[in-house]
Design a protein around this ligand. Structure first.
Ligand SMILES: NC(=O)c1ccc[n+]([C@@H]2O[C@H](COP(=O)([O-])OP(=O)(O)OC[C@H]3O[C@@H](n4cnc5c(N)ncnc54)[C@H](O)[C@@H]3O)[C@@H](O)[C@H]2O)c1
Length: 351
């Protein structure tokens, strides 16, 4: 029998990734498309030729046929909707970040524990072949002792939907750190065996998008600038995290006055190092018989969102816990809240 699912929020990530991935899985059937904008839910029904369009997720809670949901709404309602579905006995895949704050993520974890249902977070890079190969190389000791990881998630001039939900702290919980940084920090935690964060020192900046009408950009996803909208989040961030494993340093920017996009992670070990180009290939730098060696790994990459959804559906059947579960994610959530706290107080935070 097919697993009946509902998709909550029919915007960009649902339309481009979650919905096609469920449609491609022969063991899944989408029974509901839900969006507060009725047209979006109705369009999804028409396009996919299945399901029922609804505007209020509460209409789905009582349907015993629905076993699982994908939550693809803005961050502000991740906690509320996840809790509601978990308590209604449904398994949940909630998009990243888990929530706006660590406190909200803790409430989601509590709901998971009380319900005994699955709560996975959309840290989709855990289903990326390059990331998994790096994890394997690290686990096999090929990099030696990893003392430092440097993360760069910097773009020249983007900022998603300036003035809209991504740049309004009350909705998103933060800017480039919570939006992009979450993926990069998660890759590091995953590959390095989830080290325990010890201290955090950071600064965030809300600079380039401040005058919405004057902002000149190269690209802007999530819609055009909202001239009278809100812009109160970090467009860049820098910092350092000491962990029980490597020290992590990072620079992130949705927008910077440097005309380069630099999206990579450097894993620096005493035997070898790796530079991973985010979403792409990686190079391992080492030595052999007194010579410097570089090895390029170009993986035959599968669609990681498809892998994520397939794994979610499979873990519902097998009850096998995925590494993207809330218990693992809560650590990154705590870390990001500490990064914001350190920046706000201009001092180091001990965790
Ligand atoms: N994994 C990734 O790489 C990735 C990429 C993009 C976005 N995301 C995450 O996905 C989420 C959505 O992002 P998006 O870019 O699709 O945003 P979006 O604005 O395009 O879509 C969100 C949709 O949710 C709907 N919505 C809002 N409140 C709702 C509610 N209470 N009930 C039902 N529907 C509601 C909106 O009307 C909208 O259609 C965010 O949390 C974002 O961080 C993840």
């Amino acid at each position: 029998m097919k697993t009946k699912v509902a998709v909550i929020g029919c915007g960009t990530i649902a339309t481009n990734q979650h919905i096609p991935a469920y449609m491609n899985n022969k063991d899944a059937e989408i029974k509901y498309f839900c969006d507060i904008i009725s047209e979006r839910a109705e369009n999804a029904v028409k396009k996919n030729e299945c399901g029922i369009a609804v505007t209020d997720y509460r209409e789905i809670l009582e349907d015993n046929e629905v076993e699982a949901v994908s939550i693809c709404t803005p961050n502000a309602v991740h906690q509320e909707i996840s809790e509601a579905f978990l308590h209604a006995g449904k398994h949940v895949l909630c998009e990243k970040p888990a929530a706006r704050t660590y406190e909200e993520a803790l409430k989601m974890q509590k709901a998971q524990q009380e319900s005994g249902k699955i709560l996975n977070i959309g840290v989709v890079n855990r289903f990326n072949s390059s990331v998994n190969k790096i994890k394997e190389l690290i686990d096999n000791g090929e990099l030696g002792d990893i003392h430092h990881v440097y993360i760069s998630f910097r773009s020249h001039r983007s900022i998603p939907g300036l003035g809209g939900s991504f740049t309004t702290k009350a909705i998103s919980g933060g800017g480039v750190l919570i939006d992009w940084g979450v993926h990069f920090l998660d890759i590091v935690m995953y590959c390095c065996g989830d080290p325990k964060p010890l201290t955090v020192s950071s600064e965030t900046f809300c600079k380039l998008g401040k005058k919405i009408e004057d902002y000149t950009y190269v690209d802007m996803w999530a819609g055009p600038p909202v001239k009278d909208g809100i812009y109160d989040v970090d467009d860049s961030v820098t910092g350092m995290v000491r962990t029980s494993g490597p020290v992590i340093t990072f620079n992130g920017a949705w927008a910077q006055n440097i005309g380069e996009n630099e999206m990579y992670i450097d894993f620096m070990g005493d035997k070898a190092g790796i530079r991973l180009q985010y979403g792409g290939s990686f190079v391992k730098y080492g030595t052999k018989n007194g010579m410097l060696c570089e090895t390029k790994y170009q993986m035959n990459e599968k669609n990681m969102f498809q892998q994520e959804i397939d794994s979610f559906l499979e873990c519902i059947r097998t009850e096998k816990k995925l590494s993207s579960n809330i218990d693992v994610n809560i650590i990154t959530s705590r870390l990001m809240s500490a990064i914001y706290e350190s920046a706000e107080k201009h001092c180091e935070i001990a965790l």
